[in-house]
Design a protein around this ligand. Structure first.
Ligand SMILES: *Cc1c(COP(=O)(O)O)cnc(C)c1O
Length: 438
């Protein structure tokens, strides 16, 4: 499969180059040249395939000859090594739990898959690859865990010294080995700008083969299609049904992966993009004006993004046509008060504990179902993180009721001391550190 840049359709690169570079040199995101169609027989048989066979059939055409099938199979087994259960909340509303991975957020799948691909390319090129990431929290943990002890790869994570939660910090700094954590005396924006400068710096690039592991990389983005197939597979299918999905959205990568699954032939009736008050997309769908405002802090902070990178992919998938997009996508925003109220309501009525991100997914679905006045439509919202990850933001009355998952114990009990290197937010200090080490 070849990939073109959204800034210039003539700039075609291989799967390998798209994963290694992340973003096209012209600044555009990569898109696959074509979207393979799965036949209806495949869709009907979907519940009878095991998840590894299924994942292989979905992802193989996007990789093509760049990674041998037996190695793709290994990456898939490595990536899908935890469960993705779906549970009924009420009526025909279901929750798909994506938080059973090692860092308790859905980003684990994309990070693991990308690490597997990079590790293969590093061996093939005979070069060590350095992954540079700036994180405001969740990405750092998922990337650290996903890339830990992968041969041929080292990871350097920059995080703001007082910008992340203690669980997130532990996840980034406790692994050691090929994972290096830099505590930057500055904000997340400082971290991001230092990383961007490093990518453009000649001397740094002479010493390192750099790549980024942010969510626009196709190696992280495409495997998220699996979730939608795994949800469909868990519905009992006598007659082919069409599902409705509500996706709590920040950078819109997860939603856009769902739209790819639909284009491949998965029967999806509608998508709902559920956001917090950083509501550029709900406003865009109403007014057709794309007008990002300054980011506002919320309790669903993994979605505090006002200019979502992956929206350019969605816009492209729907031929930059607002009428086509509106036929498939609804979008609603919710405040922190509404989010907290729904967490309490779902706990008291149905004894299910949502996190603030999943709660927004639920609210989006409910708003849509009320609008069409039909709660019996089969529908799914994605629960993207475990509530313990956002403990401080959970309703105070419920905090004691949240069960401590065993995945986290492994982290918190780890004997490793926190290993991080404090650095100022001056790019030259970072650059010298990069050039002088080893
Ligand atoms: C990253 C993240 C999101 C947003 O996903 P996007 O693909 O960026 O839209 C939602 N919830 C949680 C918990 C996340 O970590």
């Amino acid at each position: 499969m070849l990939y073109y840049s959204l800034k210039n359709y003539k700039n075609l690169v291989s799967f390998e180059d798209a994963v290694l570079t992340g973003l096209s040199p012209d600044g555009g995101l990569y898109m696959p040249k074509c979207i393979p169609k799965l036949d209806t027989k495949f869709i009907r048989k979907l519940p009878f395939h095991d998840i590894y066979t299924l994942a292989m059939l979905i992802i193989k055409p996007y990789i093509g000859k760049y990674i041998p099938e037996e190695f793709i199979d290994k990456i898939i087994h490595d990536t899908l090594n935890f469960s993705f259960p779906m549970k009924k909340i009420h009526d025909n509303i279901h929750v798909l739990e994506l938080f059973h991975g090692p860092t308790l957020a859905f980003k684990d799948v994309g990070a693991k898959f990308m690490a597997g691909c990079l590790s293969f390319f590093s061996k093939k090129l005979g070069k060590s690859i350095t992954v540079l990431v700036a994180t405001s929290g969740d990405t750092g943990g998922a990337v650290a865990k996903g890339f830990h002890q992968k041969p041929g790869i080292e990871v350097i994570i920059l995080y703001p010294y007082n910008g992340i939660s203690s669980v997130q910090k532990k996840q980034i700094t406790s692994l050691g080995d090929n994972i290096l954590a830099l505590e930057i005396h500055g904000s997340f924006d400082d971290c991001q700008s230092m990383v961007k400068k490093a990518f453009l710096d000649k001397e740094v690039n002479k010493k390192y083969t750099l790549t980024s592991a942010n969510s626009i990389n196709i190696g992280r983005w495409l495997p998220q299609m699996f979730y939608y197939f795994l949800a469909y597979r868990q519905m009992i299918i006598k007659n082919p049904i069409e599902l409705i999905f509500s996706v709590p959205s920040g950078n819109f990568g997860n939603l856009c992966a769902g739209m790819m699954a639909e284009k491949m032939g998965l029967p999806i009736k509608f998508f709902i993009a559920s956001t917090n008050i950083n509501d550029t997309i709900p406003r865009f769908l109403k007014s057709t004006k794309y007008h990002p405002l300054p980011v506002k802090k919320t309790i669903s902070n993994a979605m505090d993004i006002s200019d979502p990178s992956n929206f350019s992919r969605i816009w492209h998938l729907y031929h930059k046509n607002i009428f086509q997009l509106r036929k498939k996508l609804y979008s609603y925003k919710f405040t922190d008060e509404e989010t907290l109220a729904s967490i309490k309501m779902i706990w008291s009525e149905y004894q299910y504990m949502l996190d603030p991100h999943g709660a927004i997914g639920y609210l989006g679905l409910r708003q849509y179902l009320q609008k069409v006045n039909n709660v019996s439509e089969p529908s799914v919202f994605l629960e993207t993180a475990h509530p313990i990850k956002f403990l401080d933001h959970m309703p105070f009355s419920l905090q004691k009721k949240i069960l401590f998952p065993k995945e986290l114990e492994v982290f918190l009990n780890t004997k490793n001391k926190n290993q991080s290197i404090p650095l100022s937010n001056d790019f030259n200090v970072f650059k010298n550190w990069l050039l002088e080490r080893k």
